[in-house]
Each structure stands twice: as structure tokens, then as C-alpha cells.
Design a protein around this ligand. Sequence first.
Ligand code: NAG
Length: 348
Amino acid sequence: MGRYDDGGTASQLFTSLGTFMRRCLFCVLSVGSIPAHFAFIMDGNRRYAKKKNMEVEAGHRRGFSSLMLVLKYCYELGVKYVTIYAFSIENFKRKPAEVQNLMDLLLEKINGMLKEESIVNQYGVRVYFIGNLKLLSEPVRVAAEKVMTATANNSKVVLLVCLAYTSSDEIVHAVQESCKHKLDKIQALNGYKVSNGVINREKRVKKISSLMVPDVEESLALKAHTACNGVVEAVEGTERINGATAYSVEEYCDKKDEGTGEKQGEHPTIKLVDVEKNMYMAVAPDPNILLRSSGETRLSNFLIWQTSNCLLYSPAALWPEIGLWHVVWAVLNFQCNLPYLEKKKKQL
Ligand SMILES: *[C@@H]1O[C@H](CO)[C@@H](O)[C@H](O)[C@H]1NC(C)=O
């Protein structure tokens, strides 16, 4: 003892010492409240690559290593839910070669999740891919679905990977789903005996759904919501009339369009709970902290529905530079702000 024959033994010793120190630190932190849900916007991989004179792809790979460490720290700390913004719908607008490289990297990493030694198996992580997965190329989508199925019985900790995601797209999707469910329910109640009404109803729905194509630029979510409530009210209106063929949906809608001084709450509408239930993120509670690296303070269309009572933390470090101390500092920040956050939550 006392003499190291190779660097391996020394570095092993330092690693163990590091792990031990980290565990001690986390024990102390755990005296306070640990956030249940930690969200990350991993910003700055490209800037990091530029700063270090690397290829962009190397920057993304460094970013991935950083993510693995951050995940490990979160799960060691007892954070149950971690959400990461892996790829935004907006990112499809980047140069095709970069998008392709990113997709290849994603595919490699998603497939890696099922390997024995992966962090997913190590910590018993349940993985969800959150977003409009239809927009992904087939291999990536298939891999993502495979991981979701394979981890479906894990319950200890949860990783939500936002892929082909934007908040406005999520909201529009949730409103569309709410409308669909409402319509299905009404149609099941009514049956299809009112043939005239049914044809008109379908026409009307088509018109509405063409309005509801996700369009981030114009933020149609709100408009879609309004339009949708219109059609549901209209259809439920026919339900009230109870099979009267004379009064078709189309007529009812036209009447509404003329603005005949419709009283609010007269017909059942899509409610907040309906929309919330249909959010992709409905599988997790709202995040408690959102960390965005690179000192950026924009939300960039990430979890805007879910962050009304969330602490934002944006250290200046680029994502590949994010490490243990940023996580610790974020948790300390959360603990200091907890009384304030809880007071605000009660006022909501
Ligand atoms: C999960 O559990 C269910 C029921 O216990 C079982 O049928 C299914 O095969 C399990 N899935 C995996 C991936 O282990």
C-alpha cells in the first residue's frame, strides 16, 4: 500500500472518493425538500463546439455525456421526474445535414437505453417520449416506442424526453383530442339516426379541424380552442333538441356565427380538465425547477403550460459544462424559494 503502480488504481480511488463526497453532500441537501420534477433546456452544445474548435456533432456528444451525469445526480438526489428538451419542432428547420446528424445521434442513444449497462437499467427508469412523434423518421420513432414499451413496468424514476415537441403543438393536440373525445361521447349518446344532422356535423368538424393544423407562427392554439368550443357547443345543442331532424348542426353553427348573443355556460364545453388530461405531459406533475444553460432566459416554447409555478434557473455555463455544482445550486435555490413558491401556488 501507499504506492500506486498504475494511474488506474489512483483514478479509481479518486472516483470512489468523489462518489463518497457526493453522497455526503446529497445527504445534507436531502434534509431540505428535494424537487419532484426537474426540467432541463440543454442549450449551448453548438456554442461549446465553436469555442473548443470542434465539429458541431462533437459538441452534441459532449452535451450527451453531460446529460448522463446530470441524470445520475438527479436520481441519486431522489428527484423522481426529469424532463429534457431533446429536439424541438423548430429544430427541424436547421440545416438538413445537422438535423440528420442529430437524428443519427438520437437513434444511437435511444437504442443504447436498452443496453444492460445503461442508466435506464441502472436506476430502473421509465422513459416517455413526449411530443409529436409522427414527425420523426421511422427508425427513430420505432426505437422510441420500443423503449417506452420496454420500460413501461419501471416505476422508481421517470425520464421524459421531449422530442419533436413544442408547447403550442402540445396544446393544440390536447384541444383536438378533447374535441374528439367529446364528439365521440356525444355521437355515442345520440347514435346516427339523424342522418341529415350527421352529414352536416361531419362537414362542420372537417372545417374546424383544418383550422386546427398546428401553426406555431400564428399561435393558433387559442383560436383552435375557441373554434372547437363552438363546434362542441353546436353538436351538444343538437343533443338537447333530441333527434329533431329539422334543426341541423350546420344551421345551429351558422346561427352562432351570426353572434346571436349566446349566453356562456348554456351548453357543455371543453373544460380545462379535458385539455389537461390530453396533454402529452399529463403523465407527470408540473416541474418544480427548470434549468436552462448558456444564460438564456427564454422558454423557447418548452412546457409553457406547465411552468406557471416553476423556478427558473439559468446559469451562464454552456450545456456541456453543466455539472454537479449547477445541480446542487439549483436545488439550493429551490429550497430557498420554496416558501414563496408554495404561497404563490395557494394563490393560483
Ligand atoms: C409488464 O408487466 C405486465 C403485467 O405484469 C407484463 O404482461 C408485461 O410483459 C411486462 N412488460 C415488460 C416489458 O416487462
